[in-house]
Design a protein around this ligand. Structure first.
Ligand code: C2G
Length: 131
């Protein structure tokens, strides 16, 4: 069984996230998502609209996702790959190179991001009063 893992905040779940998860899952037989905790988001300097429980509930509704674990820090990836028997780490290409330190343990693949959609843009739409 080829096991995949990917990491992220997945705030305001959108089309770009779904395409990432769909493509990641298609490269193997099992997809684990390491979902950034609210505390880790603060470390990342990322204010998410939805909290961990809400973001987790949205991901659980996606059939491409098999398991969700918390992402609590930058340092857990090597342990995750070993502990969960991961074969491929997959991230969007805004992270190109940043995960190559894992390539002695597993394959690392960066997939093209989906253009013109982001959680930031979605939050802007919702914060702008209707004209
Ligand atoms: N993504 C994408 N297309 C978009 C937006 C996001 O393909 N339009 C991808 C990102 O490249 C990432 C995943 O969806 O692989 C999750 O995106 P974020 O929630 O923004 O993840 P990020 O905050 O970059 O967290 O330790 C790694 C970090 O936790 C990654």
């Amino acid at each position: 069984m080829k096991k995949i893992i990917t990491y992220g905040t997945f705030d305001t779940l959108h089309y770009g996230h779904i395409l990432l998860l769909q493509r990641a899952r298609a490269l193997g037989d099992h997809l684990t998502v390491a979902l950034s905790s609210d505390a880790f988001n603060r470390i990342k300097g990322k204010a998410s609209h939805f909290d961990y429980t809400q973001r987790r509930a949205m991901l659980e509704a996606i059939r491409h996702v098999d398991v969700i674990i918390p992402e609590d820090n930058w340092e857990q990836k090597r342990k995750d790959v070993t502990a969960y028997g991961i074969h491929i780490v997959i991230m969007g290409d805004d992270w190109t190179g940043k995960f190559d330190f894992l390539s002695d343990l597993c394959e690392v693949i960066y997939l093209p991001r989906t253009p013109s959609i982001s959680s930031t843009a979605i939050k802007l739409i919702h914060s702008t009063p209707a004209q």
